[in-house]
Write a protein that binds this ligand. Structure first.
Ligand SMILES: [Zn+2]
Ligand SMILES: [Zn+2]
Ligand SMILES: [Zn+2]
Length: 259
């Protein structure tokens, strides 16, 4: 029998959303409220479908004496994952644009470069004045793999002047960059939800329908189901040993194949 029995609330919410009688946010709230009251497997529709689908023997180990369960081999995506999938291109474009936006020097009053003393040779501001010797020395270095490979060590009486951020301005710049990033992320979220919210909820409902229809189920005995769900282990079809559920056969059978 191929009849798909759906709980009435699911059909109703889908129709209302399709006809724009409710917003996608309301649809989510309604779906959530229902699931909180009643888990899918406690619904009448589910119980009837289960009764029809379930067999007397475990399709994996052939056991017929244990309690049999209907094992789902496919699960609906989470709403956020659907949303991520739908908006992947938009998201990539958004961050590309974000990265290409140059931050101007005069972007913020707290983030201004000011004249700093620098080494006339390498322009580094990592310079020190030695009072006793009455001259300046450059402390600039370059490192590779944690080892210093170059030292300027230039000594001079008159430092040159370069425009650089002060430590306080650097800190302000870093804070502002963080704020700018979070604001951009927030704007993207708003945009994505506005553009794909409804579509994502409709996708999610379609996936629930598939789940309710039990097309992706097999009959398992209780131990086989527990091994699958909790340990992600199935029976290797070749050697009947243990095998990860995402693999076609166990690793030792795969190794034998390669020999
Ligand atoms: Zn079994
Ligand atoms: Zn220098
Ligand atoms: Zn095997």
């Amino acid at each position: 029998m191929n009849t798909v029995r759906l709980p009435p609330h699911l059909v109703e919410i889908k129709t209302q959303l399709n006809d724009d009688q409710i917003t996608w946010q309301e649809a989510i709230d309604n779906l959530r409220a229902f699931t909180e009251k009643k888990k899918p497997w406690h619904t009448k529709e589910w119980k009837i479908t289960r009764q029809e689908k379930i067999q007397d023997l475990c399709v994996q180990c052939g056991d017929g004496d244990n309690i049999m369960v209907l094992q789902h081999l496919w699960h609906p995506e989470r709403f956020n994952d659907i949303l991520k999938r739908l908006s992947a291109d938009d998201t990539a474009k958004h961050w590309e644009a974000f990265k290409s936006e140059k931050i101007q020097d005069n972007w913020h009053p707290d983030v201004q470069k000011s004249p700093r003393n620098a080494c006339p040779s390498c322009q580094s501001i990592n310079v020190k004045f030695r009072k006793k010797m009455d001259h300046w020395v450059c402390c600039s270095t370059k490192s590779k793999y944690g080892r210093i490979i170059w030292r300027c060590a230039n000594e001079f009486s008159q430092p040159s002047s370069v425009m650089e951020y002060s430590p306080a301005a650097k800190q302000a710049l870093s804070n502002l960059k963080g704020i700018r990033y979070h604001a951009s992320k927030e704007a993207l979220n708003v945009e994505v939800l506005k553009k794909y919210g409804k579509k994502a909820v409709l996708f999610s409902i379609e996936q629930s329908e598939r789940y309710y229809s039990c097309v992706d189920t097999v009959t398992f005995c209780k131990p086989c189901a527990a091994n699958w769900d909790l340990n992600k282990i199935k029976i290797c079809p070749q050697c009947k040993g243990q095998c990860h559920i995402f693999l076609n056969k166990c690793l030792s059978c795969m190794a034998k194949c390669d020999e």
